[in-house]
Design a binder for this molecule. Structure first.
Ligand code: BTN
Length: 241
């Protein structure tokens, strides 16, 4: 698919701009600086201007049943991971769609979508990639960047180009119904898959367990120390890192 990149100096949030009706499938909104960057769970997103990528992609996968929206999220996370691997990195996807290097977060993804008649309508995929950023505000939890991981500085437009190529390939898999391939690729690079981990539950308590995988609808499957296996929705469980 073809992407059309629109470059801005300062925006409140690229996701908000991308939501405007004048943008459609394949438009990519890129800002040098965001004044109100948004993250998941109502958090804010902070990136140093000019040294990291802040962008939002508009997708209109009207062929995709609403029940398959997790496959779209998987494609986006995989596209980012594919792009990072081109730079020699070994990215992992921390459920649902944070991209980690080791125990540090390098990319955040915020997907906002609408559904119509049981099918996906319009989807804005916001992606924040820490590229040449070396220092972070102290409230940002365990961040890293491409420069911190590899020692090299990168041309933001080149990184953007590689990301669009990767996204085009992964989106193509979605268009041709390759859901199992996408799910298997996601599974293969899941953060802490099969490893002993600690988790925080909604009541604030912590518990030990092992991530066994993810359901096609996106629930995380965790096996606990007592052998019990449970599925969790986004927001109901968090890793202790
Ligand atoms: C997260 O990990 O909490 C998601 C962060 C998403 C940040 C990106 S930066 C570009 C786009 N515009 C926003 O306001 N947020 C996303």
């Amino acid at each position: 698919m073809d992407f059309r990149c629109h470059f801005f100096d300062t925006l409140a949030s690229t996701n908000d701009t991308a939501r405007q009706k004048c943008y459609s499938h394949g438009d990519v909104i890129v800002a040098r600086r965001q004044t109100a960057g948004r993250g998941q769970r109502g958090n804010s997103w902070s990136s140093e201007e000019g040294s990291s990528l802040m962008l939002s992609v508009v997708l209109q996968p009207s062929f995709l049943e609403a029940g398959r929206q997790f496959s779209l999220l998987q494609c986006v996370a995989l596209a980012v991971a594919d792009m990072l691997a081109l730079y020699g990195l070994d990215p992992r996807i921390k459920w649902t769609n944070d991209i980690y290097i080791g125990d540090r977060k390098i990319v955040g993804i915020l997907m906002e979508q609408s559904v119509r008649g049981g099918f996906m309508e319009r989807c804005v995929v916001g992606i924040g990639i820490n590229v040449n950023q070396r220092t972070f505000e102290e409230w940002v939890p365990n961040p890293t960047s491409m420069v911190l991981e590899t020692g090299g500085e990168y041309d933001l437009r080149e990184v953007l180009g590689r990301l669009c190529e990767a996204l085009g390939r992964r989106y193509g898999q979605l268009c041709s119904g390759e859901f199992e391939t996408v799910a298997a690729d996601y599974h293969r690079i899941m953060y802490r898959l099969g490893c002993e981990s600690r988790f925080i539950l909604p009541d604030g308590g912590t518990v030990g367990g092992i991530v066994r995988g993810v359901r096609p609808t996106g629930e995380l499957v965790v096996e606990f120390e007592d052998g019990k296996v449970d599925d969790f929705l986004f927001g109901d469980i968090r890793f202790v890192i």
